[in-house]
Design a protein around this ligand. Structure first.
Ligand SMILES: NC(=O)c1ccc[n+]([C@@H]2O[C@H](COP(=O)([O-])OP(=O)(O)OC[C@H]3O[C@@H](n4cnc5c(N)ncnc54)[C@H](OP(=O)(O)O)[C@@H]3O)[C@@H](O)[C@H]2O)c1
Length: 313
């Protein structure tokens, strides 16, 4: 019984570390292992009928003893936090007693955010510029001791077919640099500082299109697939450190990015609330709203999921 609980606890820890999307694979593999009594070590052998009961007990113990991510008294840097999802995340964290610094390229947008939220710290920085990033890092770490959360949110999206006349190498490069290269560089730059903290986190704002790519967003979807891959590996690399790695998958959100697009959109505030709830619960992969169903459908029928995302795009 004790051995089994240990095994199930390890599985549950893996579920929490690996999150919603990837955990299913881990859990299935482990369930498979546990059900094969012949090849499993003696301490993992259980009668299949009582397995659900043991599983629930194990989950309960694991939940009660696990150290959850705190969502107050943090020092948080959010890239692209002057509008949209980034600003909503900033507001939500400000309300729960955190120090929040946001960056963006446009000083006017930053000034508007500052005016609406006087506690907010702002910083002009283009994340695709290595010099800007270095200056931002130095300013943040010298002025705000104890930085422990980095939220890589800045992103842009162009919708086009690759045969369209106005596709330029610059446009392609800008999308890759903003959505992916800068995220990797900033993570690498901030990691030594984060690792010194007793509790720290990196949140990468990803997209459902990273799992189910959309037709008119070939480059955008590819950058988000890269964010997903990077986040998964980073989480494993940091598994024994104090840094937790979260990945947020918003649905279509009512922001500047989706302006002019029809369909059902959720508010950026609802995305921010879901992020905080999931961080409190150490849920590392966070599909928001409809995305949860989309991922489930994608497991069963990738073709159907592709059709659904086409309708939403
Ligand atoms: N909206 C959606 O439906 C949706 C769905 C899934 C995922 N997402 C992701 O969510 C994130 C936020 O998107 P959003 O919808 O909130 O978009 P948004 O309203 O357009 O906000 C984007 C933010 O990023 C900043 N930004 C853009 N390029 C930057 C750069 N090079 N350096 C620094 N800051 C930069 C913008 O400020 P400046 O322009 O002043 O630089 C702005 O603050 C993105 O990663 C996006 O891919 C959005």
């Amino acid at each position: 019984m004790h051995g089994f609980v240990q095994t199930k606890t390890a599985v549950e820890q893996s579920v929490r570390r690996e999150g919603f999307y990837t955990s299913h694979k881990h859990f299935s593999r482990s369930s498979f292992f546990c059900s094969r009594a012949e090849s499993a070590p003696a301490h993992t052998q259980v009668t299949p009928t009582i397995e659900p009961l043991f599983q629930n007990i194990a989950l309960y113990i694991q939940r009660e003893t696990h150290l959850k991510m705190k969502t107050h008294d943090n020092v948080i840097f959010i890239t692209g936090g002057s509008t949209g999802i980034g600003l909503s995340i900033a507001k939500t964290f400000l309300h729960s007693q955190n120090t929040v610094i946001v960056c963006g390229r446009d000083e006017k947008k930053l000034a508007r955010a500052r005016q609406a939220h006087p506690d907010l710290h702002t910083l002009q920085c283009d994340v695709t510029d290595d010099g800007d990033n270095k200056r931002a890092f130095q300013k943040i770490t010298s002025e705000h001791k104890g930085l422990n959360i980095l939220i890589n949110n800045a992103g842009i999206q162009y919708n086009y077919n690759l045969y369209d006349a106005d596709v330029s190498p610059e446009k392609i490069q800008q999308e890759i640099d903003t959505n992916f290269s800068s995220l990797v560089k900033l993570t690498t730059m901030f990691l030594p500082t984060l690792m010194k903290q007793p509790e720290a986190a990196i949140v990468n704002v990803s997209s459902a299109t990273g799992i189910v790519p959309k037709q008119n967003g070939a480059v955008y979807s590819a950058t988000k697939a890269a964010v997903h891959s990077f986040s998964s590996v980073l989480r494993r690399q940091l598994a024994k450190s104090s840094v937790k790695v979260f990945e947020l998958f918003p649905p279509v959100v009512d922001t500047e990015m989706t302006k002019g697009r029809g369909g059902d959109k959720v508010s950026p505030e609802s995305v921010a609330s879901q992020l905080i709830r999931s961080m409190k619960d150490d849920q590392y992969e966070i599909p928001v709203g409809r995305v949860r169903w989309l991922f489930l459908i994608h497991r069963i029928s990738p073709a159907l999921a592709a059709k659904i995302i086409q309708k939403q795009a």
